[in-house]
Design a protein around this ligand. Structure first.
Ligand code: TXA
Ligand code: MG
Length: 341
């Protein structure tokens, strides 16, 4: 299959390009498109055959449910049941935006989307290209992140092409995504509501709106899609916690434990620390004072290390607050759960 790429300037929406992409969605084809978080691999949520193609293109297990994207709240009517007052409040506050809600699904929506569960995950992305594609397609779009299963999510069109080129019909290239980590997922069918994945909306912001809330436990598999190993580059990833000099010393010890003749080592460091390390390739994730920029760089840099043939990535953990929690979650999963120091 030839994968077509259409370039769209997000500041100057080209309706011809969007219309071509929307036609493909209507015809049951796979279209990768930008959201504010990461690129999604989309198909008509009501076309089961198209949904199956998503799983095959990504080599994703069929028990890992997809997120359904919408452009207008009235599209919820055909997707979810028991839309509670809390759901309304959260969508009023956080949509469009990086908050995915798990709600009871209607019968109309195929089991393929929800991997056999009687719930569905929905969100309204805060990205004009995505919203315009959704409106022109005249259907909700089911879309997981547009990467091969288990790999870091794609934050630019080239990374989608690297993983899925030849396996999908079209990629809308609108440059790098702004947030860089995926949406926060909250399961509202649980009491109290349960955060399944930290992401673009911070736990602190959620706690202000939800009186009682349970937070995921990193070591438990809570939903079929939450396998331990995820978001992984080809390189082995090691994550070093702590802060200040103690953290730097730990990273240095790890770097020097590898024979440079045998392994090329990369360090993913805070901007503040990039001059601390020798005998390895150092890349700055950003300054810890600006976690938004760090989140935007995370997957991008993991893939850059891969392209440069790095064998081992040693990552400094960041502050465990705000977007730092989403970054930590992705890095722990990239290690496969081992190699956290
Ligand atoms: O920001 C994002 O959320 C991006 C963009 C494209 O919207 N999407 C994304 O999708 O990250 P994906 O498929 O990579 O991750 C979705 C995860 C699943 O792996 C699963 O853990 C959870 O959402 N999920 C989906 N439906 C669910 C359900 N009914 N119950 C519990 N968890 C669900
Ligand atoms: Mg994903």
């Amino acid at each position: 299959m030839n994968t077509e790429v259409i370039r769209i300037d997000p500041n100057k929406l080209d309706s011809a390009g969007i219309k071509i992409a929307a036609e493909k969605i209507k015809n049951g084809r796979l279209v990768a498109f930008p959201t504010e978080t990461v690129y999604g691999l989309g198909a008509d949520a009501f076309n089961s055959r198209a949904i199956i193609k998503i799983f095959k293109a990504k080599k994703r297990p069929f028990d890992d449910p997809l997120i359904v994207h919408i452009a207008e709240k009235n599209q919820l009517d055909e997707l979810v049941e028991n839309f509670s007052g809390l759901a309304k409040k959260l969508t009023d506050i956080f949509w469009p935006g990086p908050l995915t809600l798990v709600l009871n699904k209607t019968k109309k929506l195929s089991d393929k989307v929800s991997a056999g569960l009687d719930t569905v995950a929905v969100r309204m992305p805060a990205n004009e290209v995505a919203l315009s594609l959704l409106k022109n397609s005249e259907t909700p779009i089911a879309a997981p992140s547009a990467n091969s299963f288990g790999r870091p999510s794609a934050t630019c069109a080239q990374h989608v092409l690297d993983d899925l080129g030849g396996r999908i019909d079209l990629i809308i290239d609108a440059g790098r995504t702004t947030l860089g980590v995926e949406s926060t997922i909250v399961d509202l069918t649980q009491h109290p509501p349960l955060v399944l994945r930290p992401g673009g909306v911070s736990i602190e912001d959620l706690k202000r709106e939800i009186k009682e809330i349970q937070i995921y436990a990193q070591d438990k598999i809570l939903s079929p899609g939450m396998y331990a190993q995820h978001y992984s580059p080809q390189a082995k990833v090691m994550l070093v916690g702590g802060s200040g000099l103690a953290q730097v010393e730990k990273v240095k010890r790890l770097v020097s434990s590898f024979n440079p003749q045998k392994f090329s080592v990369g360090v993913l460091a805070k901007k503040e620390n990039i001059n601390e390390y020798e005998g390895c390739k150092v890349k700055a994730i950003g300054t810890e004072k600006h976690l938004e920029a760090c989140a935007a760089n995370l997957f991008y840099i993991l893939r850059e290390f891969d392209r440069e043939g790095i064998d081992i990535i040693i990552a400094e953990n960041l502050k465990r607050e705000g977007l730092g929690l989403a970054i930590e979650n992705r890095l722990i999963k990239a290690t496969g759960g081992n190699n956290v120091f």
